[in-house]
Design a protein around this ligand. Structure first.
Ligand code: ZN
Length: 184
């Protein structure tokens, strides 16, 4: 008789443990679901695809960012990135401002030492010049200094740029000066 009681208690306690184990697992699953990923340059679906060793990857990103705001850049085909020495302190130059082509020079030795955010800012800025003839007067994305930007602020600047809220085109007079400079 004593033996049977012992077994029963054992079985009951086993069930009790199983339950709490299941409960624990449920709690873990719930914890994982609640955890949110903070968006940044590395996990963003567009920016995570850029590769500093493949300069044209920044064009692909720029086209995708524009598409988010219904700006279609797919018809632009004359897009060239040149790797060249820009004198030691300049990472990138837009050579296609006021022209109907996109021609970006990049000093890769400087470019590769920038942070991912700086690299994306620089490329979007130079492409802003060449694709939209945007001047520095609009500020935001077109402000004339390379800055290390916090992801969220950059997203706001990109949105403002593509929705036309803060970019101002070079005037015809400025374009003439730019063309004269780049003709050399
Ligand atoms: Zn600029």
């Amino acid at each position: 008789m004593k033996k049977i009681v012992g077994i029963l208690i054992f079985v009951l306690s086993c069930n009790a443990e199983d339950k709490s184990e299941t409960q624990k697992q449920e709690n873990t699953i719930i914890d994982i679901k609640v955890e949110e990923v903070t968006p940044d340059f590395n996990n963003d679906s567009i920016y995570s695809k850029v590769n500093p060793l493949v300069l044209s990857s920044y064009w692909d990103a720029f086209v995708k960012s524009a598409a988010l705001y219904d700006v279609d850049l797919n018809k632009i085909e004359d897009v060239t990135f040149i790797s060249e020495n820009l004198g030691g302190s300049t990472a990138g130059v837009a050579n296609g401002s006021c022209e109907d082509y996109v021609l970006i020079s990049v000093d890769e030795t400087i470019f590769r030492n920038l942070t991912k955010g700086e690299q994306i800012f620089l490329m979007y800025h130079e492409l802003g010049h060449d694709v939209f003839n945007a001047s520095h007067d609009g500020g935001g994305l077109m402000a004339p200094n390379v800055r290390s930007l916090e992801y969220k602020l950059f997203q706001t600047e990109v949105e403002d740029f593509f929705t036309g809220e803060d970019y101002i085109e070079w005037t015809e007079e400025e374009c003439k000066i730019i063309r004269d400079l780049t003709d050399n």
